[in-house]
Write a protein that binds this ligand. Structure first.
Ligand SMILES: [Zn+2]
Ligand SMILES: [Zn+2]
Length: 350
């Protein structure tokens, strides 16, 4: 099968023919139709995350069809079913974190496209227990970015509790998805972009933000919570300064530059800084229940599998008009008919 392989960090991925994987006990063999590219992939390629499996097939927003089912796999998937494979690939189910409902923090967790092989390939295998059924409303390309930007964004959003005045720093893919849910739930949204990025600020206002400005500005109201999706450490004290008493800054990314020091007075009055790590299967179930109700819409820009380096380069350079998605295998004829219907429906709604 074809795969885009990372031999070592800071090198381009290599298009290579590698053996098709075989499903182990409890695993599904999945024919990959689409795989979205995540900012985390950039961090892995840049060597900013420790100890990736090498050589590595990246990709943890994988949408495909079940081709074969390994021994003893749970019966929640049948051959031919559509399946979504997320970042959380496996946990031990046994450590203190797993036993307390925090499998996202599992001591021995394995992560798709990082410590186990992911979806930048014609086929992949995944533990069936961590795979999701995906809402029918979305075609394969539309649904792919929901698998990480959506899920981990949603976990970040849930960490803001009932925040009425909600700030979002960095208005990329995750922010765009989560903003739609926040507005659906009646939150007032304050969006911060790079200073002077008027186009993105205008996008945010059009989506329904009550205010959009530069990250060097203070919001017009004190915020109950702010989510930071940009990997820029100095945004943490900046966001903290805009919080109401008891407010929280939630860092939604896996990697961030160093956070500069700030006066204790900015943290005083029970303000909180926290981060979000990974996801639980519960996050996925909750998110895929609410996303089609909103409905959360995705904007995507597609690339072929062998164009993965181009997708990564353009992502890094901020030159994309939507979430990048690799179209890996063209869908089978029966699936194409269904996708055509879906895309007609969604374009009519825009
Ligand atoms: Zn565990
Ligand atoms: Zn991701």
């Amino acid at each position: 099968m074809r795969a885009m392989v990372l031999d070592r960090p800071k090198q381009p991925l290599q298009l290579r023919a590698v053996p098709k994987p075989k499903p182990d006990r409890g695993q599904l063999l999945v024919r990959v139709n689409a795989c979205a590219v995540c900012r985390t992939d950039l961090h892995v390629v840049a060597g900013e995350l420790p100890d990736p499996k090498l050589p590595l097939i990246l990709g943890h927003q994988v949408v495909g069809r079940v081709e074969q089912i390994g021994k003893d796999a749970p019966s929640n998937f049948a051959i031919g079913d559509r399946v979504g494979i997320p970042w959380l690939g496996w946990t031990d189910g046994d450590c203190a974190y797993c036993r307390s409902g925090r499998e996202n923090l599992c001591d021995n967790a394995l992560f798709t496209g990082y410590t186990i092989a992911g979806g930048y390939a014609d086929f992949t295998v995944a533990d069936a227990r961590y795979c999701f059924h995906l809402p029918d409303r979305y075609d394969d390309v539309q649904v792919a970015p929901l698998l990480c930007a959506g899920l981990i964004g949603y976990r970040s959003y849930r960490k803001t509790g009932g925040a009425q005045h909600l700030g979002i720093y960095g208005f990329g893919n995750a922010a765009h998805l989560i903003a739609q849910i926040a507005l659906y739930e009646g939150r007032e949204l304050f969006v911060f972009t790079r200073p002077g990025d008027n186009a993105t600020q205008e996008n945010a206002r059009q989506l329904g933000a009550v205010w959009a400005g530069g990250s060097d500005e203070m919001p017009p109201k004190r915020l109950d919570a702010a989510i930071i999706f940009a990997s820029v450490g100095p945004l943490v004290p900046a966001a903290l300064r805009g919080l109401a008493k008891g407010g929280a800054v939630v860092c939604g990314g896996i990697h961030m530059t160093d956070i500069p020091s700030f006066p204790y007075a900015d943290l005083w009055e029970e303000r909180v800084i926290t981060s979000v790590a990974n996801l639980t299967r519960r996050d996925g179930d909750d998110f895929f229940a609410i996303a089609p109700r909103v409905p959360v819409r995705t904007h995507t820009e597609t690339f072929l599998l062998e164009e993965a380096n181009t997708a990564l380069d353009r992502f890094r350079a901020g030159k994309l008009n939507g979430a990048p998605v690799l179209v890996v295998n063209r869908a089978a004829p029966s699936e194409v008919a269904a996708m055509d219907l879906n895309s007609r429906e969604s374009s009519g709604e825009r």
